[in-house]
Write a protein that binds this ligand. Sequence first.
Ligand SMILES: [Mn+2]
Length: 369
Amino acid sequence: MHGKCVMQKSNRTTLSFFHFHICHSMPYVHTNKPYKSAIDALDSMNNHIILQIVKHVKNEPIVYIQTHNYPDHDAVASAFGLQHLLRELGTVSCIVYEGEIQSSSLRTMIEELAVDIRHVEDHDLTKDSKIIIVDGCKGNKNVTDLIGDEIAIIDHHQAKSPDDVRFSDIRPDHGACSTIIYGYYRDLNIPVPRMVATALMIGINMDTSLLTRGVSEEDIRAYADLYPLSDLRLQNSILRNYIQTRDLSFYRYAIDHVEINDRAAFCFFSDGCNQNLMGILGDFFLSLEEVEFVALCAKNSESVNFSIRSERNEWNASFIIQELLRGIGFGGGHGDMAGGIVKNLDLFDYQAFKVKCRSLLGLEGGVAA
Ligand SMILES: [Mn+2]
């Protein structure tokens, strides 16, 4: 991780004016080799995943950037950053999502930064529409398989790149997908506009919980580079104001119903709680000194949603949720935070869920009665 990147202070954004340079994080480039010649650098540049994607879609009037369902700040920021980057390279794109935008602070971010993101129903995708998925992977249950041709995946979750997708850049060691997107700007020496920098900073801060979770050196680097470019007032306001007064009743319910034993916290919201707020409540319980693992679940109409948080390496949240929901639903995410869903209420039993979870954590009371 010692490649040297030069940020050119230049407004020249057309391809022919790029200064070629090698960056250690450049996808598809073997970067252990020292910088050899301008020709090597040119080759590296041509191999860049973004330039390959742009080349691949050059005859498309429009391409679609799809976030994971129920997008979060990092997903929207990544899509927004990618949209601008593609525009700079001559490709027009639309940002689409499935599900809904649950967080009021995310709605504020979308409004303030004028992010044009629309529900997929507002677009007429055809089987030939080219789709780039950000902050999620084809085949994941939180990424609807839309009508169209998924050509690229840009993700930072623990995911396996699908064989039928042409381009993939999956970096599970990155704390935020926004960091990957920023890396493209740096690789290609494209200036990051203030609004994009602000969005990416929010994405990084949210997904890494203010640089305290799953942070890589690349995230820190992106943070340092983007910090002076972003609107700090707006960014800080969005990061600080992440709940609303009406959410307090969920805090009250959670405090009244949480069970904490052996450094693990469990709570079931039998009257429902949206996934976004459950994540926030998961972080809230994790902030307790006595808690290192949190498993929250909520009955939301006919489904049960899950949100897992972990502070211990040996308690891998992604692995645990996948094991817990094997055969009854789907889950995934990262080692320190994960989510999941069971779409059939009849398959879920909270007591059995807790027993199985405690057993996976190696805790007493983990054996089914
Ligand atoms: Mn993310």
